[in-house]
Design a binder for this molecule. Structure first.
Ligand code: BES
Ligand code: MN
Ligand code: ZN
Length: 493
């Protein structure tokens, strides 16, 4: 998709297949940039009840002689007083759905109004990311891929050249974010027999190709063994696929600033291992690498933008399968940190791969470490499918991430990381157990991780409820790429 800013104060002359306009339910006047005849026509539609301006109402108008645009697409925006971030995103989403179903090749957006407290660049970024993600179609394993949408050029109309630079930067940023989200979605949607640990490693290597500021490194099992990563390796023991520890090191910022580390859970299929999961919907456990996918999508966007930040991505990648060599309940393993772990349930494997990755992250002297993981079913019970779970050992970092969630619309909600929960991880035979019982499963999982993240500021995002959708529209969401980029780009400014 091609995004462009157009300075135009006479919409009659905008050459496009489709002019996109918003309509508030209490819209009294239409923009002066529209010709008088068009404005009269729109007012007449409101009078006849054909245009109410209800949220997400869509109306196509064809062959309007007073404008050069081939069509006008009207999107209902609800009451003007309620116009907010959610409403604006709904407007963009509804417009994108309509446009992509139509033969329209080029569209020009006139924004219905500014969301209070949001700059022009934010509006532009939201527009570009929404339009970009709405073009995502899974195709890798379909013999007849869905037809490519006709829409390939979108103009953002602005009546004056004020704030041009910010708007242009916003469009560019939004497109990179959208591309990053689409990459994360594709990786998530790929089946476990294609998207293996080796496949993730290959995708990570691709990111570094021709990029002087990016270094990808892949540690093999032998090297992990030498580092003492007994927890991570205990997960891959049952699988024919070798585990990989992937790092993507991007240095776009000042040499002297320490990097942020992003650690993404990369279980390319989670059967539960010997603690085998029930069969129903087990296929969805191909999505157990969505943390890793979000990290790769985020790195891709940073590279596309050549963002002035230093970020290291660390991805522990493995399958979790049962076999004669698989780890068994009751087995005790030693982590890289030296702590011994009693594996009471082999299905609590995420924390086992993450704990060694967190120890490894310390080597980069990070200013902050954020791990992203489809870690607990309990997080879906607690927060459903709207918010990621957030736990942190540093409130300022948690606050930054919560804000980034609200700004991007990719939200998180904080849960308490209190010492009191730690005793649920008690083991008679090891330093800690890998499960904490049925109560507060998301918190005890984070408590487990916190034991390996004591040396730096750390936050954990449990994305079990938000990484993919179920049902007829089953598919990866690409969350929390938008949140992570918002956080990283805000920290850069
Ligand atoms: N990958 C799962 C968590 C999960 C389950 C995410 C369902 C999304 C949907 C994780 O590895 C897991 O199996 N967790 C267990 C932990 C339990 C054994 C303490 C769980 O949540 O049941
Ligand atoms: Mn599991
Ligand atoms: Zn898992």
């Amino acid at each position: 998709m091609n995004f462009k800013l157009s300075i135009a104060n006479d919409y009659a002359r905008v050459k496009t297949d489709c002019l996109v306009l918003g309509c508030f339910s209490d819209q009294k006047r239409w923009p002066g940039s529209l010709p008088t005849t068009t404005r009269k026509q729109l007012t007449a539609l409101q009078g006849s009840g054909d245009l109410s301006g209800k949220p997400e109402e869509t109306r196509w108008l064809y062959q309007i002689s007073s404008v050069s645009a081939g069509r006008i697409l009207l999107i209902g925006c609800g009451p003007r007083a309620d116009w907010d971030e959610k409403g604006y995103r709904a407007f963009l989403g509804a417009a994108a759905r309509q446009l992509l179903r139509s033969p329209v090749k080029t569209a020009a957006f006139a924004l219905p109004g500014k969301v209070h407290g949001r700059a022009g660049g934010w509006h532009a970024s939201q527009l570009a990311s929404t339009l970009t993600t709405s073009t995502y179609r899974y195709h890798r394993t379909l013999s007849k891929p869905a037809a490519k949408p006709s829409l390939h050029r979108v103009n953002l109309l602005q009546d004056s050249s004020r704030g041009q630079a910010q708007l242009k930067a916003g469009l560019q940023r939004g497109q990179a974010i959208g591309n990053g989200i689409n990459t994360a979605r594709e990786l998530g949607d790929l089946p476990g027999n294609i998207c293996t640990p080796a496949y993730l490693a290959q995708r990570a290597r691709k990111l570094a190709k021709g990029q002087a500021s990016v270094t990808t490194r892949v540690l093999e099992e032998k090297q992990m063994e030498a580092l003492g990563m007994g927890a991570l390796l205990s997960v891959s023991r049952g699988s024919e696929q070798a585990a990989k520890l992937i790092t993507i090191d991007y240095r776009g910022g000042d040499k002297s600033t320490s990097p942020v580390a992003l650690v993404g859970k990369g279980i390319t299929f989670d059967s539960g291992g010997i603690s085998l999961k029930p069969g129903a919907r087990m296929d969805e456990m191909k999505y157990d690498m969505c943390g890793a996918a979000s990290v790769i999508g985020t790195m891709q966007a940073l590279i596309e933008l050549q963002a002035p930040v230093n970020v290291v991505a660390i991805i522990p990648a493995s399958e979790n399968l049962p076999s004669g060599s698989a780890t068994k309940p009751g087995d005790i393993v030693t982590s890289m940190a030296g702590l011994t772990i009693e594996v009471l349930n082999t299905d609590a494997e995420g924390r086992l791969v993450l704990c060694d990755a967190l120890s490894y992250a310390g080597k980069f002297k990070p200013s902050a470490v954020i791990d992203i993981a489809t870690l607990t079913g309990a997080c879906i019970v607690a927060l459903g499918h709207h918010n990621a779970g957030l736990l942190s050992n540093h409130q300022a970092l948690a606050d930054q991430l919560l804000t980034a969630g609200r700004d991007s619309g990719d939200t998180a909600w904080q849960l308490p990381l209190e010492k009191a929960y730690q005793k649920q991880l008690h083991s008679n035979f090891a330093d800690l157990a890998n499960i904490g019982g049925p109560a507060a499963g998301t918190i005890t999982a984070a408590c487990f991780l916190s034991r390996f993240a004591e040396k730096y500021h750390w936050a954990h995002l449990d994305i079990a409820g938000v990484a993919w959708t179920q049902g007829a529209k089953k598919g990866a969401t690409g969350r929390p790429v938008a949140l992570l980029l918002e956080y990283l780009l805000q920290a850069a400014n």
